[in-house]
Design a protein around this ligand. Structure first.
Ligand SMILES: C[S@@+](CC[C@H](N)C(=O)[O-])C[C@H]1O[C@@H](n2cnc3c(N)ncnc32)[C@H](O)[C@@H]1O
Length: 207
C-alpha cells in the first residue's frame, strides 16, 4: 500500500483528485514479461538505441521489473556507463536478480514516487510500462525530472489504449496525449510521442 493521497486501490476505488484506474503488475506473471514473443514484438535493444541510449551513459531503468530493458540497456551503456534498475517491488527485483545482473547494473528498491538517487544523477531515465502503474503521475514525473542531469533525456514506452488480448485492460492505459501532458506539466521540454508498434507508443522528452 502507499501513503500517497492519490493512491488508487487495486479494485479501482480512487482517493484524491488524480484518480486513475492504475493497477500494479502481478509478480506471479513475471514470465510474461520475459517471453520470446514480447522480445520479438518490442525489440528492446532497438527501442533503447532509437530513443537515444548511448555508450557511457548513466541510466535509470525506473520500474525495471525482471530486467527486460535493464539488460539491453546495460549492454548499450557498456563499461563506461552504469544502469540503476529500480522497482518498488521486492519480488520483481528478486526476479531480476534470478535472471542475472550485468556487471554495470545496480538494483535498488524505490518508493512509490521516491527514487533512491541524488538530484541530477543520471543522463537518461527509461520507463517500460510503468507510467500507467504510478499512483500519482505528477509526483512520479517530478521525481523523474529531479534525478536527471541538465540536458538529460527521458523515454516512456506504454500501451496504446485499445482493447486487445495482451496487456492491461483498456481503462488502465494512458492516452498518448495524456502521457505527453504528464511530462510537459512536470517541466520536461521537447516532449513528443511516436508509435513503436501497433500497440505501443513511446514518449520522449528532455530537461
Ligand atoms: C508491467 S511491469 C514492467 C517491467 C519492465 N519495465 C518491463 O517492461 O518488462 C511494471 C513495473 O513497474 C513497477 N512499478 C509500479 N509502480 C511503480 C512506481 N511508482 N515506481 C517505479 N516502478 C513501479 C512494478 O513493480 C513493475 O515491476
Amino acid at each position: 500500500m502507499s501513503d500517497d493521497p492519490n493512491y488508487v486501490h487495486a479494485h479501482g476505488h480512487a482517493h484524491g483528485h488524480e484518480s486513475h484506474g492504475h493497477h500494479k503488475f502481478d509478480p506471479a506473471n513475471v514470465a510474461r514479461l520475459e517471453s520470446a514473443e514480447r522480445l520479438a514484438w518490442l525489440r528492446p535493444a532497438e527501442l533503447l538505441a532509437h530513443v537515444g541510449v548511448r555508450a557511457g551513459m548513466l541510466l535509470a531503468d525506473v520500474g525495471c521489473g525482471s530486467g527486460f530493458f535493464t539488460r539491453p540497456a546495460a549492454a548499450i551503456v557498456g563499461p563506461q556507463g552504469h544502469v540503476f534498475g529500480m522497482d518498488p517491488s521486492a519480488e520483481m527485483l528478486q526476479a531480476c536478480r534470478e535472471r542475472g545482473v550485468p556487471y554495470n547494473v545496480e538494483l535498488l528498491q524505490s518508493g512509490e514516487s521516491v527514487l533512491p538517487l541524488a538530484d541530477a544523477s543520471v543522463q537518461f531515465v527509461f520507463l517500460g510500462f510503468v507510467l500507467h502503474e504510478a499512483a500519482s503521475r505528477s509526483a512520479f514525473s517530478a521525481e523523474l525530472r529531479r534525478i536527471l542531469k541538465p540536458g538529460g533525456r527521458l523515454a516512456s514506452v506504454d500501451w496504446v489504449p485499445q482493447h486487445e488480448e495482451h496487456g492491461p485492460p483498456t481503462a488502465h492505459r494512458i492516452l498518448e496525449a495524456d502521457a505527453v501532458a504528464v511530462f510537459a506539466r512536470a517541466g520536461f521540454v521537447d516532449v513528443r510521442c511516436e508509435r513503436w508498434t501497433e500497440s505501443h507508443y513511446v514518449v520522449t522528452g528532455g530537461v
